[in-house]
Design a protein around this ligand. Structure first.
Ligand code: MG
Length: 116
């Protein structure tokens, strides 16, 4: 089913790739941001069905932003997208209540979790 998605990722190139993968699967990108502060403001404004959240970003990181969002909307659906060295956050992602944590380069798995 088509979802309205907010993409938070600090790398412009990576953001382009994630957006392309999601759009090609038929989803609508309602907003894109590059730090945790963007995520908080845009989440409240746009009320997306789902957020893809980078971890390491300048300013507020994605784990902190995900915690904040879950704090004011416990039904928020947040998928944490990691790099190779970020699997250590898996337990924390689960504890926060995120949908999951998946390597951002495994696009098949990203889509599966977005649509699941
Ligand atoms: Mg990053």
């Amino acid at each position: 089913m088509r979802k309205r998605i907010l993409v938070i990722e600090d790398s412009t190139m990576m953001r382009r790739i994630i957006i392309k993968v999601l759009e090609e699967a038929g989803h609508e990108i309602v907003g894109e941001g590059r730090c945790g502060q963007d995520a908080l403001g845009m989440y409240q404004e746009l009320k997306p069905d789902l957020v893809t959240m980078d971890i390491t970003m300048r300013g507020m990181d994605g784990i902190t932003a995900a915690k904040e969002i879950m704090g004011f909307d416990s039904h928020a659906r947040i998928l944490i997208l990691s790099n190779l060295n970020e699997d250590k956050y898996r337990d924390e992602a689960k504890k926060i209540g995120a949908i999951g944590l998946v390597n951002k380069h495994k696009t098949d798995l990203v889509l599966k979790l977005v649509e699941g």
